[in-house]
Structures are given as C-alpha cells and as structure tokens.
Design a protein around this ligand. Structure first.
Ligand code: UTP
Length: 215
C-alpha cells in the first residue's frame, strides 16, 4: 500500500528528540510505501510574522515557510541518509520512504501531501496534526467543542473556506488540499500525530481515534 502522511510542523518543533526518533523508527519499521510531508508549524509562523513587518510579498513569506518545512524534512531524512525532493514530480520518482517539505507558494504542506497522494495514487492520506481530529470549532480557542468521527468533503470545504488565505495561515486543512482530496477522491484521515499507535491503526485499517473525510 502507498500511504502519504502530512506531519504537522507543530509535532516536530520545539524539537523533541525522543518523538522524532520514534517517527524515524516508525518509518523504518513500516512495511508500506511511505511518503512523509513535514510542515513548518510555529517556527514558520514566527519567521513569517516577523518578515511580514518589512512589507515583502505574500509569496516571499510563503517561501520562508517553505524553507522551514524543508529544514524539518531534512532533519527527519537525515535518519535515512536520503535527499529531500523539492517537487512532487521528483518525489514521485523516488523509492519510498520519501520525506519532503513544501514545494511552491500558495498553499500548506497538507496540499502538497494531497497532490502527492493524487500523483502516486496513494491508498490513503493521513493528516497527522496536534489535535485528535476535525472539530466543529477550533479546540485550541473554544472549550465546548465536538469532534467529527466522519465529515463529508463538502461540509469540510465550508469550514476550510475558499482559496489560499495568507502565508502561515493556521487552518484545519487548507482549501487547496480539500479541492485536491475531492477531485482525486483520496481516502483521507485526520488524527493526532503525537500518538503513533493511532497512526499505525489508521494505516493498517484498524479502529483509530480521529476523523475520516468522506469523499
Ligand atoms: P505548513 O504546511 O507548516 O502550514 O507551512 P501550517 O498551516 O502552519 O501547518 P502546520 O501547523 O505545520 O500543520 C508553513 C507555511 O509555509 C508556506 C505557507 O505560507 C504555509 O503557511 N508553504 C508551505 C507554502 O507556501 N507552500 C508549501 O508547499 C508549503
């Protein structure tokens, strides 16, 4: 099976050596063909918000974000002595495991993961983030929230909004990713990447805690 995992930057930074080692072991021991796309997280947003003050373009700010996602990819790829591809085309030609960050301005690494899943015809796309799934409201801002066990792609698109907002936008899944998931009808699951057992459960078709996106 081919599995693409979007690994949120918030899981990798602040650097947690024990967690990163566990992810590397997970990749090594997984029998499936794995493609990992690392995000930028808080550190990317910090760099972007400081650079934004100097009045550079959003594309420039996106490029800063991309650089951070690639640093995270390089760190994880160092366990495998593998190079980090800079485009989906290059990634799709490499033998798994493949570890990469962002590609071009105008979307998040969730969209990169969705496009990669579409190109390599992945059996599953997992969006591994720092909350347990998709909620009706931002669980970091509200207390009375409920998590969807399943959500239709059309309903998710209403939550995600339209188009790319701005560099460092902190959204559940960006609208570009939703569009690709819908068009290519990619089986997609959102779960908490801190719990690698849940990731394993999702990959092997066992019961897991998270949200399944119905396409
Ligand atoms: P992320 O994918 O980390 O965005 O990319 P995020 O929404 O903050 O996701 P989490 O928190 O890691 O889950 C960081 C920023 O880098 C730029 C965007 O500005 C994005 O917000 N970026 C990233 C791109 O423009 N293109 C890419 O392919 C990837």
């Amino acid at each position: 099976m081919k599995i693409v995992v979007s690994l949120g930057g918030s899981l990798l930074y602040p650097l947690n050596e024990e967690y990163i080692q566990k992810v590397a072991n997970f990749i090594k021991n997984c029998n499936e063909e794995l493609y990992i796309v690392t995000g930028g997280g808080k550190i990317a947003r910090e760099y972007i918000s400081m650079a934004r003050k100097s009045g550079v373009s959003e594309r420039y700010l996106d490029r800063i974000g991309i650089a951070v996602t690639r640093i995270n990819a390089m760190l994880l790829a160092s366990y495998f002595k593998k190079r980090v591809p800079c485009s989906i085309e290059a990634a799709s030609k490499m033998a798994p495991p493949v570890i990469m960050g962002g590609t071009t301005p105008g979307h998040s690494t969730d969209a990169v993961a969705a496009k990669l899943a579409s190109v390599v015809k992945a059996d599953l796309l997992v969006i591994a983030t720092d909350v347990d799934g998709i909620y009706d409201r931002d669980p970091k801002k509200h207390s009375n929230v409920s998590m969807f066990e399943k959500i239709g792609i059309d309903e998710l698109q209403k939550i995600a909004g339209r188009g790319w907002k701005k560099a460092g936008a902190n959204v559940v899944i960006d609208a570009i990713a939703c569009r690709v998931i819908k068009r290519a009808r990619i089986k997609t699951i959102v779960l908490n990447g801190r719990n690698l057992k849940q990731l394993e459960n999702a990959i092997y078709g066992r019961q897991f805690k998270g949200t399944e996106i119905i396409v």
